[in-house]
Design a protein around this ligand. Sequence first.
Ligand code: UFG
Length: 324
Amino acid sequence: MNVLVVGGAGFIGSHMVKQLGRSGCRVTTLDNLSNGHRDAVLYGDFVQGDLADKDLLAQLIQPGRFDAVMHFASFIQVGESVQEPAKYYENNVANTLRLLEAMRLAGVNRFVFSSTAATFGQPLYSPIDEKHPQQPINPYGRSKWMVEQILDDFDHAYGLKSVCLRYFNAAGADPEVQLGERHEPETHLIPLVLQVASGKKPHISVFGRDYDTPDGTCVRDYVHVADLCDAHRLALESLIHGADSQQYNLGNGNGYSVQEVIETARRVTGQTISTVDAPRRDGDPDRLVADATQAKKVLGWQPQWTSLDEIVAHAWAWEKSLPQ
Ligand code: UFG
């Protein structure tokens, strides 16, 4: 099978390329390296290029060359999306449309899309299943939701079959410690907490202690990057076997507070981790927990690394492997 992985040099994409490569797929990565890293692409061919480049897309996505496309390339910072919505709509929506158009012209009709819990907005109930209304509250969430709707229309009009995977909080690292999170700047809780543990940062800011949660800090559902990749592989297989377009929520169904994450990191690393209380961050819902029953039932998804200790331990092994 020939798979094009767009954004294959990024955090989740690079893990996907490794899994596909290992399983014998022929994989091609397209990445502009704006956030990704060339040395994170461990298998297959690499093409450096941008989705805005229509000619490149036409040249790359030739009829018959790819059986499917997986799309990981997007901007992901909620706060930045509020400040710079144009950047988000241009990259996450317009560029995705260019990709879909190139696929359509080449007759590639299987697509696995990285969507997000941010398409739901403020949760009306918890855990969040696929029937939960989608009312995103920031441009990032809206950009992903727009693509989900475009995909509905492309299925209806052109027969393009897609699976949208709505990640909750992607975390962890490659259990073999070859890959992990390397965002610059890093904004995610677990890698930041581990940078404090390794002495790179003096403290972790806790954004809000007055949420409506048991300890007052925000609750999230952390899901291991390797398990997310398993879900992508199963989604791809479902499309190859003729499944209809679908959307799935991906999380473990366990909510952990920011405070619990910090305590877990103290336990796993054995290091002191200083905290500083800080104001709430704009746009943070108090609780985001997934109901992933559908992915388990329909795709047969069985996450392997469900405990927060394991997720943090893998991220810690990765952090320690980086230059200190
Ligand atoms: N947090 C802190 N201090 C920090 C960083 C984060 O207290 O220095 C808190 C946040 O306020 C939040 C929790 O830790 O309550 C998790 O924050 P992350 O930034 O790690 O993750 P988010 O939940 O904000 O974001 C994730 C994805 C986004 C996606 C979002 C969906 O990374 O791409 O879930 O809601 F949009």
